[in-house]
Each structure stands twice: as C-alpha cells, then as structure tokens.
Design a protein around this ligand. Structure first.
Ligand code: FAD
Ligand code: 2HG
Ligand code: ZN
Length: 487
C-alpha cells in the first residue's frame, strides 16, 4: 500500500456524507452502519479473483456530487477507484487495498435522444441492456453488445473501450462516442458532451478517456451515435472439423453476405462442452447438432429486408453444406431460437466461471495464428502435468473462442483452483508468444491490475513514457485507480 495515500477515517466519512444528497449513497464499515458483507460485492471482482478491503463506497446521484467528492478526496490524498457494473475481467474496478470505491450506479438516466440523428446522451451508470432496450423502442440500436449487458454500464464500457459482439458491424466505441462529460481528479467538470460527428478543432480530448480504465477522470455521461436497428436478423451456427475450416467459412461469409454480415464468432469444442455442461446443470440442455465438431461458428446478419437477407443466408448455408465445408448447421427460425443460438457463444464466460477458476487471456494476433496459441498452451500445461484430458489434472480445460472478425482470441485456462503453478506456467510465456506475433496482450478487456506489469509486451518504451506523462498531467497525486494500468 502506497504511504502517499491517506487511510479513510470516520472524519472523512462525515464530510463525504454531507456532500451526498441521500444517506443511502454512502456505505461504510467505519462507523458500523454497513457490514463488510455488504461491501463485499464492491470489493471483489466478477471472477472472484481480485479482492480489496475498502471500508467506504460512495454512490453519488449527480455530476456535481461526483465533483465535490473528487475535490475533497484530492485535498485529503484519498485514493479512489471508479466502479461501473463491476464486470471487468482484469481486476480494474476493485480496490487493491483501502481505496474509496466510487460507484456510478445511481447516475442512471437518459438525458436526451434525437430520433433524426440517432444521438443518445445518457448518464454513465445506465446499464447497457437498458440503454439498448430504450433505443429498441425507438427503432435504434446501441452500437455495442456483450455478454455482461445486463450488469455492465455504458460509462464502464467507454472507460474500458469494450469491443464485444457488434464491433465487426459498428466498429469501435472510439468511432461511435461523440462526446463525454468527465470529472477530473481535482473536481473540475469537463463538459465535452459534443453531438458533432465532425470536429477537427484541436486535439480530440475524449479519446484520452476512452479506454483509460478510470485512471484519468470519472466519466459521468456519454454522447453516442446509435445506428438504426436492423429490421431483419438471422442467426446460424455451424459445426466444423478444423480451425482451417472456420477461416474458410469466414472468408465465404464475408463474400456472400457482404454488407448484411453483422457478427462472426467462433468457439472450440471445449467451450461448447462447458456451455452444454452448465446448461445441463441448470436442467436446460437441448441437442443442437446431429454432428458435433471440433469447432463452431456463429454467423449473424442484420439488414432491412427480411426476404433478401434470408435468401442470402440460406444460399450460404446450402453452399457450405453442399461443399462439405461444415459438418452441420442450424438456422434460427424465430426470436427464441436466435437467443438460444447466441447463448452457446455468449454463455461461455459465465459457464466456465461457474465450473472453475479461469485464467483469461484476451489477445489480438493475425487470424491464421489465433488458434495455434491455444494448442501451444494446452501442450505446455499437459507437459507440466497440470492438464490431463481425463479431467484428473488441476486444469480441466484450455479453450479458445472469440471475435473471429476482429482477430480477437479469448484463450481461457479453466482450473479447479487458483494455483501459482498454473499461473507461472502461463505467464509471462503467453505474452512472449503474443509479442513474437506482433500482437496485443489486451485486445478489448484492458490492462487493469492483471496486465499492468506486462504492457511492454505490446507497447514501446516511448509509448509508455507518453502515457505516464499524460497520467501525471491529469492526476499528479496518482489518486485515481492506483496500482493499475500503467505502473
Ligand atoms: P467495470 O468493470 O465496473 O469497470 C471497468 C473499468 O472502467 C475499471 O477500470 C473501472 O475503474 C473503470 N470505470 C468504470 N466506470 C467508469 C466511469 N464511469 N468512469 C471512469 N472509469 C470507470 N468486454 C469486452 O470488451 N467484450 C466482450 O465481449 C465482453 N464480454 C463480457 C462478458 C461477460 C459475461 C463479462 C463478465 C464481461 C465481459 N466483458 C467484455 C468485460 C466487461 O464487461 C467489459 O469490459 C465492460 O465494458 C465493463 O463495464 P462495467 O460497467 O462493468 O465496468
Ligand atoms: C467474450 O467475448 C468476452 O465473451 C469475455 O470478451 C471473454 O471471458 C472471456 O475471456
Ligand atoms: Zn470478447
């Protein structure tokens, strides 16, 4: 624990309470008004891997409350960690020691929506799924979707620069976000909530905060360009014999579906097996394929003409089956089946999280090299006696899945227990492999605490030095989300 930071005390609590408009906005164990059990959900991450011991959670209800909090914490040298939906997968949203937790969950209103331009302005704490439902009622779509949509917040998404399942179609948040409102570490409110699509006057400051993982400022609102919701959606899932076949199908899907292709996801048989096992535990596993495969891919189309899109998708299916490029395929017939097929892919993270402790590696490498990394890692763990196919080793799965269209692999090692032996067998070896392939050690999940020490595998000394200087400028005392990101 850095000695530069003050330990939160009851005096701090009393002052912070006076800033907040509602008594329910402050949880603390320091005066016994809350139990440590009540703070557990804020102190621990989604995977149960990272645990802090903050005695204080603040849940402000307005940007001005956030500003007052920041001003006060800055004046008292109180370190602070911003928290959205706490679904991040790199330990970025939890305290490491006793940092004050600033939860954005009470900042959860839509501020405005323009039906002509599709520009949504909303508080940072709006849950992604609520934002998308709000837009769906108006014929629009949020340009980001991910498995944690029911809990993660749009401010957290922007802070993490999340990628997700729609990036192939709508691109990165860096393109869709038009503006931000941010409270800086000294309490200054920066109203950068632009609604302009084009603005070349000076530096594009919002980009500094997108993907800054709560280290430069607190995002309190976002302005984002939302596309029209496709009128017709089709989803098909295929089983395939090899990773080479997945690549061939991807090329075919791009050429035959063209502009209506909206997602291309892949997963291996290990991932599929865990999802089926988890579904079976919950009494809901249905047979999907006559012939299962070593790999699977999910293809989604989104367009404006159901008949046209269905025709294209059916033609692709016939082509793939007719030429034996796939082993089997299922085309969803209605909304329920669309959800069922998506759950095979979206359900992987949750399923493995329930069945074991998961070491997660979110990597970008050239598409043709992606699955090779999984095979290398599986072999390495097998050689060390940690992974055994019959399930008797500590590691019960080395699986690969991800966003094929984005060149983004999720290499996950599922273990019975958290284990130093397993971690040391994987790290830093996995990052060395990525660096050899000129890839990225974090494609979309960020650095958090997990990858902060490894940034140099993906970024040059000069790049890291510039990042440090930017951090120093915004947060000279280093109070905002310490021990993370760039250390
Ligand atoms: P948190 O986890 O609370 O925070 C993430 C980071 O942002 C932390 O460093 C935090 O300090 C900071 N932060 C949060 N809110 C703010 C704010 N308002 N201002 C400043 N800093 C802030 N990620 C992907 O990219 N693609 C996926 O497909 C994907 N799928 C997922 C599926 C599941 C089941 C789960 C559990 C996670 C998944 N994730 C995915 C990871 C995670 O959901 C995303 O990173 C998400 O964007 C985090 O949002 P959050 O609100 O939960 O943020
Ligand atoms: C996904 O694409 C998420 O499902 C989570 O990014 C990946 O759990 C993971 O490793
Ligand atoms: Zn992902």
């Amino acid at each position: 624990r850095s000695t530069q930071f003050t330990k939160p005390t009851i005096d701090h609590v009393n002052h912070l309470r006076s800033i907040l408009s509602s008594p329910a906005s402050l949880l603390t164990t320091l005066d016994g008004s809350s139990t440590s059990g009540e703070l557990d959900a804020f102190n621990s991450d989604w995977m149960g891997k990272y645990h802090g011991s903050s005695p204080l959670v603040l849940k402000p209800r307005s940007t001005s409350e956030v500003s007052e909090i920041m001003r006060y914490c800055n004046s008292r040298n109180l370190a602070l960690v911003p928290q959205g939906g706490n679904t991040g997968l790199v330990g970025g949203s939890n305290p490491v020691y006793d940092e004050v937790i600033l939860s954005l969950s009470n900042l959860n209103s839509v501020r405005s929506f323009d039906k002509v331009s599709g520009i949504l302005v909303a508080d940072a704490g709006v849950v992604l799924e609520s934002a998308d439902n709000y837009l769906a009622e108006r014929g629009f779509i949020f340009p980001l979707d991910l498995g944690a949509k029911g809990s993660c917040q749009i401010g957290g998404n922007v802070a993490a620069n999340a990628g997700g399942l729609r990036l192939l179609r709508y691109g990165s948040l860096r393109g869709s976000v038009l503006g931000l409102e941010v409270v800086l570490p000294d309490g200054t409110i920066w109203n950068g909530l632009s609604k302009l699509r084009k603005d070349n006057t000076g530096l594009d400051l919002k980009q500094l905060f997108i993907g800054s993982e709560g280290t430069l400022g607190i995002i309190t609102a976002i302005s984002i360009l939302c596309p029209r919701r496709p009128l017709a959606t089709n989803v098909a899932v295929f089983s395939l014999p090899s990773y080479e076949a997945v690549q061939a199908v991807y090329a075919e899907a791009r050429s035959r579906l063209g502009e209506i292709l909206s997602a291309f996801e892949f997963f291996d048989s290990g991932s599929y097996g865990f999802v089926k096992q988890h579904q079976a535990h919950n009494g809901g596993s249905k047979k999907v394929f006559e012939t299962e495969g070593e790999f699977y891919c999910l293809i989604e189309t989104g367009g404006s003409n159901a008949e046209h899109d269905e025709g294209k998708m059916t033609a692709l299916l016939e082509h793939l089956m007719g030429n034996e490029m796939v082993l089997d395929g299922v085309l969803a017939q209605d909304e329920t089946q669309i959800k069922e097929l998506w759950s095979l892919r979206e359900g992987i993270t949750e399923s493995i999280g329930k069945l074991g402790k998961v070491y997660k590696y979110d990597l970008s490498v050239p598409v043709e090299k992606m699955y090779g990394l999984v095979e290398i890692m599986r072999e390495r763990l097998r050689e060390r006696g940690l992974y055994k196919e019959d399930g008797s080793g500590i590691v019960i799965g080395v699986i690969g899945y991800g966003h094929m269209g984005d060149g983004n692999l999720h290499l996950n090692v599922v273990s019975k227990e958290w284990s130093d032996d397993v971690q040391q067998a994987i790290e830093p070896y996995v990052y060395e492999l990525v660096a050899e392939n000129s890839g990225s050690i974090s494609a979309e999940h960020g650095l958090g605490i997990m990858k902060a020490p490894y940034i140099s595998y993906s970024k040059s000394t000069e790049s890291v030095e510039m990042m440090k200087r930017i951090k120093q400028m915004f947060d000279p005392k280093g109070l905002l989300n310490p021990y993370k990101y760039i250390v």
